[in-house]
Ligand binder design. Sequence first.
Ligand code: UD1
Ligand code: CA
Length: 497
Amino acid sequence: MGAPTSVNATPAAVIILAAGEGTRMKSATAKVLHRIGGLSLVGHAIRAARTTGAEHVEVVVRHQRDQVVEFCTTFDPALVVADQDEVKGTGRAVECGLAALPPDLSGTVLVTYGDTPLLSGATLVELAARHTDNGSAVTIVTAHVEDPTGYGRVLRDAEGGVAAVVEQKDATEAERAITEINSGIYAFDVAVLREALAQVGTDNVQGEKYLTDVVRIARESGRSVEAHVITDPWQTEGVNDRVQLANLGRVLNDRICERHMRSGVTIVDPATTWIDVDVTIGPDTTILPGTQLLGATSIGAGALIGPEVTLTDTEVGDEAEVTRAVALLAVVGARATVGPYSFLRPGTTLGADGKIGGFVETKNATIGAGAKVPHLSYAGDVTIGAGANIGAGTIFANYDGIAKHHTTIGKDSFVGSQTVVVSPVDVADGAYVAAGTVLTKDVEPGQIAVGRAGQRNVDDWVLRARGGTRTAAAAQAARAAGTRHTETTPAAAEGTA
Ligand code: UD1
Ligand code: CA
């Protein structure tokens, strides 16, 4: 963050303009509600504005007003909302904004846009500090860009001072050749702003009240107008269509990845790693390609995430490993392992050192420390005790067609493969369930539950029913060699392997 040298550079207000139409998005969703980095464009603008410590942060709305207001006031309940009337233009938007702020407001007002998401709070703090330090009436943030098409151009006088801003549509050929552009971000002395806006007309190609006219008017009335030239033009880029949305999303993601790498996270391929703004990651964690960390996800230290992992609002502990998995509102304990190819749905909590293995789906499942659901299972509405093992292919049948039911599996218990647990049922600590059981009754400590049809072997069936086949020939040969397997092992009989 830029260190303000001023005694008090805190602006009185930040006005965020978001009343424009955004037709080029071709969307039923308001432009400023489209998201990058997991946050809407106007959300980014509000956050940057809040960084300044301004008492009033305000958003000016008109098009798709209700949608925008609903998001903004939920996101930041202290926000001031101002409605722009039918008079068009950025100047009018600011005028309407000022009308909704206290009439005795004095000091500095910053103006920013709701569709300029990479503008950082640090830049606004710097802008306010510089404006205050220099005692300027207007400070305009400008940038030198390669392609200035579409932007207002900054006209400088013979001494190099800012004289005016001319819009692309109103500019002469010579003016269009200027590559210093108006970012649309400003600091104003509020009294000067009020006075100048009262003089702004609509005599221009677009018939709008231009905020940029304030620059010329302030200059002509002898006020000090200054440019704050920034070297990172991405901060001034607005979103007008979905191509720009994707471009800015990519740049934001690069910046987020860089921030994590600089704080000790290994990101093998930032180009295929997408991390939302609020995600936290501990040092010495490695993120493998194709990973998306979304929402309020937090990852501990020394973890291994990826490849191909999507985590949303999920918490992963230190040294855990998550491979090719999708998780939403889940918790993965320290040193636990997940995947590959698993789906952790809301309410999944995997304890420390636990395991959710390959092709496992979980939901509302609390799996204790060191417990394992290693293969091909569905575990929904279940509490599995510490150290328990759930055999391959076990299904927790939690839904009877009307209601969902909950099951508990005790500590250090052992559920055999291909068990169907018909919830609700309780398996005590230290109990076994035989493989292939359809479990419908509670199991007490030390018991094994065997719930399947007993095995019946029919002698000579192959010779009688399948005489003349390869199988019958093999049976005859095996008999002749005396290799019959009539004795079964106790373990196989219990079917708990
Ligand atoms: C504006 C500037 C231009 C600058 C450019 C930077 C003016 C006249 N021009 O041009 O010098 O280079 O931004 O991006 O200010 N808005 C309202 N109400 C309105 C019109 C716009 O709230 O009546 C809001 C929009 O929602 C948007 C912002 O103001 O957030 C900019 O509007 P836009 O129409 O994109 O201005 P530009 O023509 O790009
Ligand atoms: Ca624009």
